[in-house]
Design a protein around this ligand. Structure first.
Ligand code: HEM
Length: 166
């Protein structure tokens, strides 16, 4: 490229209309969670969640990293994209560090600051049949509950966590 190339002036940075109702999520969150399921030993973890946004794109990029509480050993991580629509529906795609992929569909309520998701597709999973995720903002904290159903167990909680924005 020529040394005197001048890049085009970027468009004014704005949050896309579809993302605005969920813009309270944008940023980095840290907190703690606990995991359980009838077939495993309960565990505690710390987590960092990131929601970011490219100006004028109707998408929120999402990532989560977790560490074992006390030892800080890395645990599960995942990343994906949240695709809200102006009608209050939302589609979320997530790739997990275990190889599992999921497409979640659901709805959000901008006033209540709640997002409810249910898997429309779970792929490349040996045990998991269904996943639901509910995210809720309240008292300055973002909390979520993840439930899953496996080949042996009906839908029930696997994770719950509470995080604060950095
Ligand atoms: C176990 C799925 C997120 C930590 C499991 C099992 C499944 C699973 C299928 C095995 C259950 C069984 O054998 O009956 C998922 C799904 C997740 C998720 C679908 C996200 C939607 C996480 C996260 C962590 C985590 C975020 C850590 C912070 C564990 C641990 C076990 C486990 C420690 C027990 C492993 C063992 O005892 O071998 N998970 N998991 N999982 N999960 Fe998750």
């Amino acid at each position: 490229m020529a040394a005197n190339f001048t890049p085009p002036i970027p468009p004014t940075a704005t949050v896309h209309m579809a993302v605005q109702p969920l813009s309270y999520l944008l940023g980095t969150w840290r907190g703690q969670g606990e995991g359980s399921f009838p077939t495993i030993s309960p565990f505690n973890y710390t987590e960092e969640l990131k929601f970011s946004h490219s100006p004028n794109k109707p998408v929120i990029a999402y990532s989560s990293k977790t560490w074992k509480l006390n030892t800080n050993q890395p645990m599960h991580s995942e990343s994906g994209y949240w695709r809200p629509q102006i009608d209050g529906t939302i589609e979320v795609v997530i790739a997990q560090s275990t190889g599992l992929v999921e497409v979640q569909k659901g709805r959000f309520d901008a006033e209540q600051r709640i997002v409810k998701l249910k898997s429309a597709l779970v792929g490349n999973a040996s045990k998991v049949k269904e996943i639901t995720r509910v995210f809720e903002m309240g008292n300055g904290e973002l909390s979520y509950v993840v439930e899953m159903a496996t080949n042996l167990m009906e839908l029930q909680p696997h994770l719950k966590a509470s995080l604060k924005k950095l």
